[in-house]
Design a protein around this ligand. Structure first.
Ligand SMILES: [Zn+2]
Length: 307
């Protein structure tokens, strides 16, 4: 995936409210992101749409399929009663905090309950999920373990391959030169799982940099350089996994410092959040762009989260 790093431009809260002074400006922004070529019916994809009188029951009506819709229809915001401006503010606060923001803190800042903030955060995490595309031409690959209790955090990741005291293995890939990170939980760290994930996410012919985990050996279609930490090997030029390891470090600081405990069930969304924030850099406009466009076609219900 070709991605040029945008210049870091973290907004001040002041700038946020200059950009989104009210609900109308916030809705206009979301519509522009969702429908850059003009308002399109999310039910039948027609552009033949009309604005309704006083936005009742919804702001738009499709002339082709006669259904009503708004910019929220068919997105993670579909059932939310919260104003769009507050959604954008939540996305701003979440992406501005390098290690994330707890739902208690977010609730206080938004003026909503912790429960509402928690639900909101999970839907924004879902929107931050990478839409895919193959990584390359050089990719660092590594695994770590997440979840479980604080006192287990130093447990060797070279321990049992599965079931490390309720911890979940997470695989991470970091492409060079742009630094795009993709990370996701995996069921276990067997060679089959690691290789399948590489084939799914990395362009064939790319060069892989991994640690000495045997599961990476012999991934067909890729050249592979392994670094052995155990024998204290020096970093050989490009053959290191430092980039993905610094991503793990930030993820773990967020996990232990901000979120305290993350259940395995929701782990993938937290990992999405950290990868999404990392990939957008310190650029608020780009973070909001990723969230706004990532909301479309996704759905996270309260029932799904608490079931
Ligand atoms: Zn339609």
């Amino acid at each position: 995936m070709k991605r040029s790093r945008s210049k870091p431009d973290p907004w001040s809260l002041w700038k946020f409210f200059e950009q989104f002074p009210n609900e109308a400006a916030s809705v206009a922004y979301m519509e522009q992101k969702r429908w850059p070529r003009g308002v399109q019916c999310p039910h039948c994809q027609s552009y033949n749409v009309a604005a309704t009188k006083a936005a009742k029951p919804m702001p738009y009506r499709c002339r082709a399929c006669r259904k009503h819709f708004s910019v929220r229809t068919g997105t993670v915001l579909a059932e939310s009663p919260l104003p769009i401006q507050r959604w954008l503010m939540a996305a701003y606060l979440m992406t501005a905090a390098r290690k994330g923001i707890s739902s208690v803190q977010l609730g206080k800042q938004l003026g909503v309950t912790q429960k509402t903030a928690w639900f909101l955060e999970h839907r924004i995490r879902e929107a931050l999920q990478d839409r895919g595309g193959l990584l390359g031409p050089e990719v660092e690959v590594d695994e770590t373990y997440m979840g479980g209790k604080e006192h287990n955090r130093h447990a060797s990741k070279r321990g049992p391959r599965t079931g490390l005291r309720g911890k979940q293995p997470v695989m991470g890939l970091r492409a060079r030169p742009h630094g795009t990170v993709r990370a996701f939980p995996i069921p276990h760290t067997s060679g089959d799982i690691l290789k399948a994930a590489i084939v799914e996410h990395v362009r064939r012919g790319s060069t892989l940099y991994t640690d000495a985990h045997r599961g990476y050996i012999g991934t067909p279609g890729f050249s592979h350089h392994a670094v052995s930490h155990t024998v204290g090997e020096y970093v050989r030029d490009q053959a290191h996994t430092n980039g993905v390891e610094s991503f793990w470090a930030l993820l773990k600081r967020g996990h232990y410092g901000i979120f305290h405990s993350i259940s395995v069930k929701h782990l993938h969304r937290y990992v999405n959040e950290f990868a999404g924030r990392h990939n957008a850099g310190q650029d608020t406009a780009r973070c909001l762009d990723v969230v706004a466009r990532g909301m479309v076609g996704r759905r996270v219900t309260w029932r799904l989260l608490v079931a």
